[in-house]
Ligand binder design. Sequence first.
Ligand code: GTP
Ligand code: MG
Length: 193
Amino acid sequence: MKIKKVDLDIVVGVTSKMPTTNMPEFAFAGKSNVGKSSLINALVNRKALARTSGKPGKTQTINFYNVNDSLYIVDLPGYGYANANNEVKAKWGKMVEKYLRNSTNLKAVCLLVDIRHAPNSNDIQMYDWIVSNGFKPVIIATKLDKLKKNQVPKCIKAIKETLNLGKEDIFIPFSSETKAGRDELWQLIEEML
Ligand code: GTP
Ligand code: MG
């Protein structure tokens, strides 16, 4: 996709009403620090449009990025952020769940996992939610650049086994640093539009 313009159109916080949009939405979910916001910047060719941080818990609102007035890329707060207190965690969780459940324009929920680590129970839960809600699973293994080439197959195998991925499930190794996987992901989004 040629990026002609991208704007942060809608920001949803815990007290906000969920918006009704009129364009297809593609959401990016995964644990805190896995690289959701960085992936979005890589997708839209912007260095710091979506705010990123070395510390988990950076994205605390649901952010809708309008791309070319034709679709929304939706950045979600991560789950499993250990330092947030339970009340805050519960509020974020409810907000994300409410969004995922109620959006009528949601085309896909892409699940990001760190390529270096086997998915945990939260990731498995998210994967199961995606499947049981009728979405086509799209798994993105982030931070590909952090592995040596010869480590990649073993790590991919571990992720696929832990999530029990089916043959037809889409799996994209990705790096926001090298942009590996970017074209494949755009192609997929365009097919789903
Ligand atoms: P929350 O907003 O807290 O849920 O985190 P997030 O999933 O949005 O992660 P974010 O994009 O903020 O990235 C977390 C850290 O990982 C940052 O220091 C990024 O620079 C780094 N990072 C993200 N993607 C990559 C990648 O592909 N390669 C490398 N080397 N680092 C990455
Ligand atoms: Mg983020």
